[in-house]
Design a protein around this ligand. Sequence first.
Ligand code: ZN
Length: 291
Amino acid sequence: MALIIDSHAHFEPRMLSEADLISKLDAAGVDKVALIPAMNDPLPPVPELMPSAVRLLMQSSLTRPLAEAAHRLTLTNEGNLRLLSGEYKIYPQPDNASAFELVKRHPERFLSWAFLNPRASANVLDDLEKWRSYSGMIGVKLHPHWHDYTTDLLFPLFERMQELNLPALIHLGFGKRGDYRAIAEKFPRLRIIAAHAGFPFYQDMWNFAKQHNIYVDLSSPYIDENLARAAVKAMGAERCLYGTDAPYGFADENHSYDYTAIRGWVERMPVSAAEKERIFAGNFLNLLEAS
Ligand SMILES: [Zn+2]
């Protein structure tokens, strides 16, 4: 069977233990996982976090400001997440060491993104130097949406990453917190993976991305099967990467993570077997080889 690599998953042992994670990967035939440390307290089920109505609002530039206003209401002054069921901490500095320790225990199975936050760090370039020396480090994860900063703060970091040929996996925010146009134009050689099919811009970003060095992952309940298909149709299979955002969303019957859900989206896509192989692993391997 063709190789399957999950390009976007979180190491969150409070929701999915190391042993359970590995047995789920074995059962679902996922060969490798690019980890990201958890950036928040364990979250409630998805409908509360991301009502489908909000997802619809994001799909047009006319209604996107309403989705942004709804998002602003969920962030507290302290930078935490306020939902109906309570408040959940967002960690300014996610625990990269936890993910790199898992990589060390299972180097054949796991790789890791280093999660950086220019807003919370005295010197994010030093942080990059520290984490890039860890074995299995493949690039940098950034989250201006929940870490709540404008993406111009990332320019010095992107300058260095472009020199080092390291890709950036970025969960874009609204407006200036996700100015992908400015990033791609200023750093034309930087390889950018926009998480969750280009949340919160989707189609508006896909059109632009095709002319630039921008890829998307097809992870998480921030999108659905239709949006994943639309992204592949708009950008081409060669720009789309399989990813899950595990262990968030897609609960199985035991309230654990269902690793087969997003895999099914890709398997059912109306594209060739070769294109599916690229989405499942080929594109990601090409990105890493270029590093
Ligand atoms: Zn994620």
